[in-house]
Ligand binder design. Structure first.
Ligand SMILES: [Zn+2]
Ligand SMILES: [Zn+2]
Length: 145
């Protein structure tokens, strides 16, 4: 595991008196390997050594510790990813047919244009933007006719 990532996770877990156990490491490995936020069954497929009994509780504890982010889209199981502060800024492409969620990164130019636009429209409401998260809904290539 990347040293910086490992250190950040250790710190966050230690702050809430949790150790970075092998079960929690397996979860982080699976989430890093995934191409987007995954459900628990998908995570178990990715990391066969993961025990289902402890995985759910560890995900909940790691969410509390700020290591894992839990996402819920309509008609879907909860999905999990590493907290964005531990990874890189990205957005989600959500397939409305199969429910798959894929990470997508926009280039710097588009991100800047997005920020500018969001700041402009938010300023009208006297709202100061600190960050954004964008979910894009549609049909994935696997489901497209
Ligand atoms: Zn799909
Ligand atoms: Zn963005």
């Amino acid at each position: 595991m990347v040293a910086d990532l490992e250190r950040s996770i250790l710190q966050r877990l230690a702050a809430v008196d949790l150790r970075f156990t092998s079960g929690r490491r397996a979860i982080v490995d699976g989430l890093r390997e995934a191409e987007g936020p995954v459900t628990l069954p998908e995570l178990l497929d990715l990391v066969p050594r993961l025990a289902q009994s402890s995985a759910y509780r560890n995900l909940a504890l790691m969410e509390e510790a700020g290591v894992v982010r839990r996402l819920v889209y309509s008609n879907d199981h909860a999905r999990y990813e590493l907290a964005e502060s531990l990874t890189e800024h990205h957005h989600h492409l959500i397939c409305e047919s199969c429910g798959t969620v894929r990470d997508v990164q926009f280039d710097t130019k588009l991100e800047r244009a997005l920020d500018r636009t969001l700041e402009e429209v938010s300023a009208i409401e006297g709202f100061e933007v600190s960050r954004h998260a964008i979910d894009v809904f549609g049909i994935c290539s696997g489901c497209a006719p």
